[in-house]
Design a binder for this molecule. Structure first.
Ligand code: NI
Length: 172
C-alpha cells in the first residue's frame, strides 16, 4: 500500500540541525523513499528548487532539486569535479525573504546514489550547479551566509526583485 505524500515543516536557519553534518544513508528502504517523496512535495509547496533533508529535520545525506522540470534525487552526494566561477543571486528556503549574491563554482560534477542505492554522476552548470553546491553545503551544515563577507550583503527579496530571477528568489 502506498501512503500519500506529506508536506513537512521547513526549519529556519537558527535550528541547530542545520549546522550539523548529516549522516550517510545505508538503508535504501521504504522510509528513504517516503522521505524523498515528502521532500519533493514540500519543496514544490514552498515553492523552491532544492531542499536538503536536514531542512525538514532529518539528519541524513539526502537532497532533491527540481529545475526546468527535471527532478534530481541525491543520496550521499559528493562533488568530484568543479571548474570556473559564477556570481549570482541565491536564496534558501531556511532563510525566507532574503537573497544575496553568492560566488559558486560554474560547473560541477557530483557523484551520488539514487533511491535504490545505485551510484550515478550528474554534471550541471548555471542554476543547477548552484543548487548542487547549495544542497551539498546544507548536508555539511553550511549555509550560503557562510560564503558572504558580511551580513549586510543579505538583501530583502522585495528590494532586489528587479534583479533576482524567480527561481533564485524561491530558494534552494
Ligand atoms: Ni537552502
Amino acid at each position: 500500500m502506498r501512503s500519500a505524500m506529506a508536506i513537512r515543516r521547513i526549519l529556519t536557519a537558527q535550528e541547530p540541525i542545520l549546522r550539523e553534518r548529516a549522516k550517510k544513508v545505508s538503508n535504501f528502504d521504504a522510509s528513504l523513499h517516503r522521505l524523498l517523496d515528502d521532500m519533493l512535495e514540500t519543496m514544490r509547496d514552498a515553492p523552491g528548487v532544492g531542499l536538503a533533508a536536514n531542512q525538514v529535520g532529518v539528519p541524513l545525506q539526502v537532497a532533491v532539486i527540481e529545475i526546468e522540470n527535471r527532478i534530481t534525487e541525491l543520496v550521499n552526494p559528493q562533488i568530484v569535479k568543479s571548474t570556473g566561477e559564477q556570481l549570482d543571486w541565491e536564496g534558501c528556503l531556511s532563510i525566507p525573504g532574503y537573497v544575496a549574491e553568492v560566488a559558486r563554482d560554474a560547473k560541477v560534477t557530483v557523484k551520488a546514489r539514487n533511491r535504490r542505492g545505485r551510484e550515478f554522476r550528474v554534471t550541471g552548470d548555471e542554476l543547477f550547479a548552484r543548487a548542487l553546491q547549495h544542497e551539498i553545503d546544507h548536508l555539511n551544515g553550511v549555509l550560503y551566509l557562510d560564503h558572504l563577507d558580511a551580513t549586510d550583503e543579505l538583501v530583502r527579496v522585495s528590494e532586489a526583485a528587479d534583479e533576482v530571477g524567480e527561481e533564485a528568489a524561491a530558494g534552494i
